[in-house]
Design a protein around this ligand. Structure first.
Ligand SMILES: *Cc1c(COP(=O)(O)O)cnc(C)c1O
Length: 416
């Protein structure tokens, strides 16, 4: 189904230095360089290895539950057609959800974790480390570590440990050790710094399982390739179900792994409009958002050059979002490049808009979406009524919202 990359393709990057234009690369300490190069060598070995692919496909199918469904969201479509009529527009595109929420552990994160745990096994590593913010990637990492019998250490900001106790408990049940990080504000950025530090000091036996399409090369590439199963399936499924490509595809962007996974197989389909949704938080005027591409500037963080939230002194800011999974001050470098090249539009959605979309989807579809995914749905809610009835929109439902019920309850002034 995938077209071969051409010289004018948006699908050829990164180059040998790990650059997507001026973004990406590997800005790491000298001591980390040999590890990064070793990882790159093994990645280049496995990425076209049929045995590796077969093992990953088998696990994806029988353990994670792939392929995920492409679901016609009839209730939401009907609702948005009524909105369209009420506005005198008489339109309303068909909305489909790519159901990553149905995967084992409840989101797209397992796709990346299964790929990387197999890579760690190939490399003969004995120990897994990971960083986590809300705990979703920590849980997925602890899950695959349990499955393959690896000891696993998860770095998590102390602030996050306190506010995400159910996920901390899950990781412990799965046999992982959760190490609270008190540096900085005790959030994801600090946890990632600490994981990089652990990696340098345990060169021989440790594999660092990064949770999103960021970090030094080759992580943005390999995470993208493991997540591209989302877009490859969605492209084939819509051709099968509708006989044509979608007009618009939408995904939320934290570090950018579910988004690049959906987008990448569509990048050379010029007729497909591609939209990434950033966390607009309480608005872009202040500092309470996580819209690094709409309100940030290029800089270097966690081993790569990309758009970052930073103040005028170049200090990295913490940001804010109602959804912990979008609460990262940077973004994967390929998104920065796709932004500047104009191929992908990046748009902010506010906390309140995401919350409305969360409630709406729950009511009209009987699906409780993750608050992250609700950002992508919220943008569909905005644009679909003005589209024609024969148009098609695919929204990536990156995860399920069970984990968010406490946040939503407190936003609504309710108690559980
Ligand atoms: C972690 C997470 C995200 C954000 O991460 P990306 O790397 O940007 O995909 C989005 N949705 C869900 C459900 C998540 O768990």
């Amino acid at each position: 189904m995938d077209k071969p990359a051409t010289p004018n393709s948006f699908r050829t990057g990164p180059d040998e230095q790990g650059m997507f234009g001026i973004f990406g690369g590997r800005f790491v300490a000298e001591t980390l360089m040999p590890l990064i190069l070793d990882l790159e060598r093994h990645w280049n070995e496995v990425k076209n290895d049929p045995d590796f692919k077969a093992e990953l496909t088998d696990l994806s199918t029988h353990y994670a539950g792939r392929p995920s469904k492409l679901y016609f969201a009839e209730g939401l479509t009907k609702h948005l057609r009524e909105v369209s009529s009420a506005k005198g527009l008489g339109g309303g595109a068909k909305v489909y959800f790519k159901r990553e929420d149905l995967n084992h552990t409840g989101s797209h994160k397992i796709n990346n974790c299964l790929g990387q745990i197999l890579l760690a096994k190939r490399m003969g590593k004995k120990r897994i480390i990971a960083e986590t913010g809300a705990g979703q990637h920590g849980v997925a990492s602890a899950t695959v570590a349990a499955r393959f019998g690896f000891p696993c250490v998860v770095y998590m900001g102390a602030t996050d440990v306190a506010r995400q106790s159910p996920n901390v408990f899950r990781m412990k049940l799965l046999g992982a050790e959760v190490r609270p990080v008190t540096a900085g504000h005790g959030t994801l950025k600090d946890a990632m710094n600490e994981a990089l530090r652990d990696w340098v000091t345990n060169v021989e036996d440790t594999y660092y399982l990064i949770g999103t399409a960021a970090g030094p090369h080759p992580y943005p590439e390999l995470v993208r390739d493991f997540q591209s199963v989302i877009g490859t399936e969605a492209r084939a499924q819509i051709l099968e179900q509708e006989g044509r490509l979608p007009d618009t595809i939408i995904a939320c962007v934290g570090g950018g792994s579910n988004a690049i996974g959906l987008f990448h197989p569509f990048l050379d389909d010029k007729e497909v409009r591609i939209i990434g949704i950033e966390a607009g938080g309480r608005g872009l005027d202040g500092i309470e958002h996580c819209a690094s591409m709409n309100a940030g500037a290029p800089g270097v963080l966690h081993g790569n050059r990309t758009y970052l939230l930073q103040n005028s002194d170049g200090q990295i800011m913490d940001g804010h979002s109602i959804s912990a999974g979008l609460d990262y001050p940077g973004v994967g470098p390929e998104h920065s490049w796709l932004r500047d090249s104009g191929r992908v539009e990046y748009v902010p959605i506010l906390d309140d808009e995401a919350l409305e979309a969360f409630k709406l989807t729950t009511r009209v579809e009987g699906i409780i979406p993750a608050l992250e995914s609700a950002h992508a749905i919220a943008h569909a809610v905005k644009i679909v009524p003005a589209m024609d009835k024969d148009q098609i929109v695919i929204v990536n439902l990156s995860g399920r919202g069970d984990k968010d019920v406490h946040t939503v309850a407190s936003m609504l002034g309710m108690e559980i």
